[in-house]
Design a protein around this ligand. Structure first.
Ligand code: C5P
Length: 405
């Protein structure tokens, strides 16, 4: 219930993606929001107002001459108590109107008369999106402080493929939730590792750790919500990349190590040093000394095979030991003596913050219990969803970054 108590005006303009606005509305309501729908006349040709009325439980407004408001001021009243005005889909024509301050129907008048933030989710044919006029309009809208979410690239209703598809309803929901989070990491660059690593023995076998990747992915999402530019180096997990997060997929610890160092070097080359490194990955400590190219056959072995192991690089330890390290955050998953082991690990790795969790608390699930250990001592975080815990961790990281300056 991320949107509990939030009041949203959902504007629907005319485009085939309007059918997805019905699903979006359902998600907003399910997440606790109160939603008032306003449609353009064109949108009613794609989906009827009855659909939106049934889903929102509120009358739908289309016409600026609608006399249902006692003072006949629907264009003012509808957005007066709103926390945000979201237009999805926003057609090329609608973007053009908003960019130029036109107000010739209820929805565009509402937008012009609003006193709350505006989010637009564009949806149009790829050539309309690429048209210089649309490019100009989008630049104007951005300069006016209007948030534009999407569009995505992919197959379009017209049969063409390219940039212009509206984001999926779940993605727009995630952008809206992000919109309401405090921007404590605005402009910061954050690199994370997440998930397990897999160390191949032969083409079908390997050594790995148990890790769903959910905690790391939640932290990547929370950092992005807080305004950071986020890169996630991820071992093999079954999770979609959080919206707006660049994901680099790796398999082994050595690949993860190389990807992390490439990212750090690329940032340094661009004179845009990394601000924060968060090592959430459950990195396999050892890998087989040699990879056996063909599957080891059971029958061919007189005795069980011996696997010689080599130690993997300590990714976090190395980053923390760089001459000008980013703020480094580690994880300590322990099955006992959490405080002692975590604090010990923090000192050994020379990092300012370590996040401790007892293994049975969070493994694989959506909830966790964490304790943060830093120079100020211990900060226990009550059991909560991984995303809400991640937001608290991000807030602590922002405080430590402030202190470092
Ligand atoms: O005690 P350990 O070295 O496993 O410490 C765990 C922390 O170090 C985690 O943050 C983990 O992501 C990181 N780590 C790493 N590279 C390794 C092992 C652990 O970055 N090879």
């Amino acid at each position: 219930m991320e949107l509990q108590g939030k009041r949203i005006v959902l504007g629907v303009s005319g485009g085939i993606a309007a059918y997805k606005a019905a699903e979006l509305l359902r998600l907003l309501i399910k997440d606790g929001a109160t939603v008032q729908v306003a449609m353009t006349e064109a949108a009613t040709h794609f989906v009827t107002p009855v659909t939106f009325q049934a889903l929102s439980g509120q009358p739908v407004f289309i016409d600026q001459w609608d006399a249902r408001m006692a003072n006949n001021m629907a264009h003012i009243d509808l957005s007066r108590h709103a926390d945000v005005l979201l237009v999805a889909p926003a057609s090329a024509d609608f973007l053009a109107k908003v960019a130029n301050g036109l107000a010739d129907d209820l929805l565009s008048t509402l937008v012009l008369a609003r006193d709350c933030p505006l989010l637009l989710a564009p949806a149009m044919n790829r050539q309309m999106w690429e048209n210089p006029a649309t490019r100009r309009n989008v630049a104007t809208l951005r300069a006016d402080g209007i948030a534009i979410v999407g569009p995505a690239s992919g197959e379009q209703a017209c049969g063409e493929t390219g940039l212009g598809r509206m984001l999926e309803p779940e993605e727009i929901l995630a952008e809206l939730i992000a919109h309401f989070q405090p921007k404590v990491l605005a402009g910061k660059r954050v690199l994370l590792t997440a998930g397990p690593t897999f160390e191949a023995i032969d083409p079908v076998r390997g050594i790995t750790n148990l890790s769903s990747g959910k905690m790391g992915y939640a932290i990547a999402r929370a950092a992005r919500e807080a305004g950071a530019q986020v890169t996630l180096v991820s071992g093999p997990v079954d999770l979609p990349a959080p919206p707006g997060v660049e994901r680099i997929a790796v398999t082994s610890a050595r690949q993860m190590h190389a990807a992390v160092h490439r990212q750090i070097a690329a940032h340094a080359e661009n004179a845009a040093d990394l601000d924060v490194f968060i090592a959430v990955a459950a990195v396999a400590d050892y890998r087989p000394a040699t990879f056996i190219a063909q599957k080891i056959k059971k029958a061919a072995q007189a005795a069980p095979p011996m696997i010689e192991l080599r130690q993997n690089p300590d990714i976090l330890g190395e980053v923390a030991a760089l001459p000008k390290p980013p703020l480094c955050v580690g994880f300590a998953a322990e099955s006992e003596n959490l405080a002692a082991y975590a604090e010990n690990k923090r000192r050994r790795k020379g990092i300012p913050l370590i996040v401790g969790n007892l293994i049975h608390d969070g493994f694989g699930g959506d909830r966790n219990t964490l304790i943060l250990f830093d120079d100020d001592g211990q900060h226990p975080l009550a059991p909560d969803s991984k995303l809400r815990l991640a937001r608290q961790l991000v807030a602590r990281i922002a405080t430590l970054l402030e202190k470092r300056r």
